[in-house]
Write a protein that binds this ligand. Structure first.
Ligand SMILES: [Zn+2]
Length: 529
């Protein structure tokens, strides 16, 4: 399958997906998600709205320094210039240029009533805003995508005006005009008819952006592609406001696997399950087990009746081969089941495990056992590497021995609670007792532990705990619920994630903290002292 370079797979997880209720992404989260999206092989990553949202301005600045994308280009999202001004002097348009993103996606009104009620300007001025902004940005060397907001509703209301928006934007230099079902109320036949009509009337290159309010976001996206759209927008795991956006992995898997359209490298698609889950660890949104293709239950079968037939011919009971999307028949996805995926993960971290069957079997078994307890290594690369190194070397590097730790949280009167931790460790042959304070127990433990270790390892001073995520896992196997903690630590130039699991949240955090510090020393190639 040769990849189709004239089809755009456009991800908007970081912009439209981030509108989901309860989803709050830090700049670090966004950078980590962008790296995963690039791994998945999407062509475009919409990073946010620079100039309007400070965090997004920062994202583009950091992305330029830290992200080396292999497959995708970044797109900055923004609006057409204000009514009555010029694009060249509009500060918001300027911020789009300043983001350095090679692609700029402009949202524009194509529904006359929205022009009048929301923009409070005339239909003619709206057209002028589109023409001016698109031609200015194209003249500055940017690839321009025009997202025509409320297009389908607008087209039903006043097809002439909606078409004029498409025609004019294309003429002004927009590479793609995306028809947006902003309210998500369309059904596949309407989408197909509209795309077909707009394509034959305007001749412009069309894209599609669907929301899932009728439960048809994926179906509508496929209908648009069938009718001639060659640019499809969506989000990972279908994140988005209300009922979400089109799930990009489902759309792409359908196009590649079911329709044989070469819109994504099949080898990249094999990473889809792992990446969808890694991203859900970052967003801290519990993965939906019945999600098409990548859900834990997507290829799970009831035991019994099917089991014997499945052994003979699995195709009898599944719609496609789950390995095409990196999923697995019958096993839980979060358990990185196969040795192949461990081998792959090892290679990413610089360990060549090929041909080392015994070692691979050991690591796989260890990972499976830990994942059954609630650990996840999809996002916690550093904990995985520590585990792998311990198996390769025969034992884990002992940078320090922990004698005990304790943490107290108290509040006086109406004052905010503070925490104080004491840790007792032995490092470089010396027993050290140290205390630390913090605004919470984990913060206090982090301070105390680094204080205790810094005489032996002064390199630890520059480490900083930058993120902390907690998930309560369902009770399994009749036991009580357990807590999983993921910690992200930075040394100023890069960051890594570690995981801890325990019935007690502080204990789980401590475990992730110890991993994070051990990893911080290991990655600087410091030998135990
Ligand atoms: Zn949208």
């Amino acid at each position: 399958m040769t990849l189709s370079s004239d089809f755009h797979v456009y991800d908007t997880t970081l912009r439209d997906g981030a509108q989901q209720e309860g989803l709050a992404l830090s700049v670090h989260d966004k950078l980590a998600i962008a790296a995963h999206l690039d791994d998945l092989g999407v062509g475009f990553i919409e990073g946010g709205w620079p100039g309007a949202i400070p965090k997004d301005t920062e994202f583009f600045a950091l992305a330029a320094q830290r992200l080396s994308l292999r497959n995708a280009v970044l797109a900055a999202f923004g609006a057409t210039r204000r009514p009555g001004g010029t694009a060249a002097t509009d500060p918001q348009v300027r911020a789009l240029l300043d983001s350095q993103a090679p692609v700029v996606t402009l949202v524009a009104k194509s529904h006359v009533r929205h022009v009048e009620y929301a923009l409070r300007t005339t239909p003619a001025e709206n057209l002028e805003m589109i023409r001016d902004t698109v031609s200015f940005l194209a003249g500055e060397g940017r690839r321009v995508v025009l997202d025509a907001e409320h297009f389908f509703d607008g087209y039903q209301d006043d097809p002439k005006y909606a078409l004029e928006v498409v025609r004019l934007a294309a003429e002004a230099g927009a590479e793609v005009i995306t028809l947006c079902d902003t309210n998500g109320g369309m059904l596949p036949p309407q989408v197909a008819d509209t795309v077909h009509e707009v394509l034959s009337t305007s001749g412009a290159r069309l894209g599609i952006h669907c929301h899932n309010d009728t439960g048809c976001a994926v179906a509508n996206s496929l209908a648009a592609v069938e009718a001639g759209a060659t640019h499809v927008q969506g989000t990972l795991n279908g994140y988005g406001e209300r009922t979400g956006n089109a799930d990009l992995v489902t759309v792409v898997a359908n196009l590649v696997i079911k329709q044989g359209l070469p819109v994504l490298d099949p080898l990249r698609l094999k990473e889809a399950t792992r990446i969808a889950h890694a991203i859900s660890e970052i967003t801290n949104v519990v993965p939906y087990s019945r999600q098409p293709y990548v859900g834990a239950s997507a290829f799970a079968h009831k035991a019994g009746l099917h089991a014997s037939a499945l052994r003979i011919d699995p195709d009898l009971y599944q719609h496609t081969d789950p390995t095409q999307v990196g999923n697995d028949m019958r096993t839980l996805v979060s358990e990185m089941a196969g040795r192949a995926s461990i081998e792959l993960k090892g290679r990413e971290l610089g360990y060549d495990l090929s041909g080392q069957d015994e070692l691979l079997a050991r690591v796989t078994e260890r990972v499976k056992a830990l994942e059954a307890q609630g650990y996840t290594f999809d996002a916690a690369d550093a904990s995985f590497e520590l585990l792998l190194r311990a198996e390769v070397d025969g034992e884990r590097a002992r940078y320090f021995d922990v004698e005990s730790w304790r943490v107290i949280t108290d509040a006086r009167g109406d004052a905010t609670a503070t925490s104080e931790a004491t840790v007792k460790v032995t490092a470089a042959g010396r027993r050290v007792v140290a205390t630390g304070e913090g605004n919470g127990p984990v913060n206090a433990l982090d301070h105390a532990l680094r204080e205790a270790l810094s005489p032996a390892y002064p390199e630890l001073r520059k480490l900083q705990l930058i993120d902390f995520r907690v998930r309560i896992l369902d009770a399994a196997h009749g036991s009580d619920a357990v807590t999983r903690v993921l910690i992200e630590t930075s040394d100023g130039s890069s960051s890594w994630e570690t995981v801890g699991v325990a019935a007690n949240i502080v204990e789980a955090s401590w475990e992730a903290l110890v991993d994070s510090i051990s990893y911080g020393l290991m990655r600087q190639a410091i030998a135990p002292r």
